[in-house]
Design a protein around this ligand. Structure first.
Ligand SMILES: Nc1nc2c(ncn2[C@@H]2O[C@H](COP(=O)(O)OP(=O)(O)OP(=O)(O)O)[C@@H](O)[C@H]2O)c(=O)[nH]1
Ligand SMILES: [Mg+2]
Length: 291
């Protein structure tokens, strides 16, 4: 039996969460075209009973923190750097390769590291070859693979390469489990994903979602969540004309939550203003970004 922690790192928007979902064939992590979508370390397990268990971790994109929420996000990255058995270094082929090479080298990883050049569906064969050659020559790269987290349907070769790097170990988690995070967490994330989808550039970064109530009743689950914003004007935008925006967020998120839970859901959303919550230790903890 082999088992270990395979942690995914990269810049914001590289496609880390898309990759986690593709590897697990399950939509666990939310994805958006905007940067800094993921704020937590999200574990997902891939288990082949009596053979191997890969404990994948998706992490927030690496960046320089500007407020305390960012610092928390980078703390989650740090924890994943510390316990990784294998590192997956995800590159957006359109990003600056040298800058990424410098970043990855600075992580000083002491574990096998696979560079995954992502979004290869958007690049020419020549460009892909060039990127492969560039990263293969980097001392931190044990292996370089070109992928499309979005379009590749068969990751079995990559999974085999990952398993080859895993240490001998018993499984860490129950073989039937997919993750160690509570359902409530994913519900909040699915609301947050809609905020990223439906609202302009700035507001998603000022928002958090807190699930207050999750009541399982016969044939329906009742969920009440708060959307936290920093300013009254943001609350107005979140609500929309005559409540149209919050209604749309709620109805689109509800559909995804129902698909995830496999049951009917009643979702009630309230919008609350909490000035500067992103820099407030107490509020960060309350909204799930504990130290
Ligand atoms: N064309 C193309 N787009 C991709 C691919 N992988 C991811 N994307 C897109 O890139 C964007 C960012 O994807 P995410 O998976 O959210 O990226 P991330 O690295 O998790 O981003 P953060 O959580 O912000 O750090 C989304 O619009 C994805 O659909 C790919 O292989 N090809
Ligand atoms: Mg992400």
């Amino acid at each position: 039996m082999k088992a270990g922690f395979v942690n995914i790192f990269g810049r914001p928007n590289a496609g880390k969460s898309t990759l986690l979902n593709a590897l697990l064939q399950e939509k666990l992590a939310i994805v958006s075209p905007k940067v800094q979508t993921t704020r937590h370390r999200i574990k997902g397990f891939y288990t082949q009973p009596n053979e191997f268990q890969i404990v994948f971790s998706d992490t927030p994109g690496i960046m320089n923190p500007k407020y305390k929420l960012h610092e928390r996000m980078m703390k989650y990255v740090k924890s994943a750097l510390e316990d990784a058995d294998v590192a997956l270094l995800v590159v957006d082929i359109k990003d600056n390769w040298q800058e990424l090479a410098d970043l990855f080298a600075s992580l000083a990883l002491k574990v096998p590291s696979l560079v995954l050049i992502n979004k290869c569906d958007t690049a020419t064969a020549a460009k892909i070859q060039e990127a492969e050659a560039f990263f293969t020559s980097q001392p931190f790269a044990n292996k370089v693979v070109c992928i499309s987290a979005l379009q590749t349907t068969d990751f079995s070769a990559l999974l085999q390469q990952i398993v080859a790097f895993l240490p001998e170990s018993e499984a860490f988690y129950n073989e039937d489990d997919l993750t160690d995070l509570p359902t409530k967490f994913f519900v909040g994330e699915m609301v947050r994903e809609k905020i990223f989808d439906l609202l302009g550039d700035e507001i998603p970064y000022h928002s958090a979602v807190m699930v207050n109530e999750f009541k399982e009743q016969p044939e329906i689950i009742r969920i009440q969540a708060d959307i936290i914003v920093q300013r009254e004007t943001q609350k107005g935008i979140m609500l929309g004309q005559g409540g149209a925006m919050i209604k749309q967020i709620g109805s689109e998120a509800r559909k995804n939550i129902e698909a995830f839970l496999g049951t009917k859901v009643f979702l009630q959303l309230f919008v609350k203003v909490r000035p500067k919550w992103r820099d407030n230790d107490h509020q960060l903890k309350e909204y799930g970004y504990g130290a």
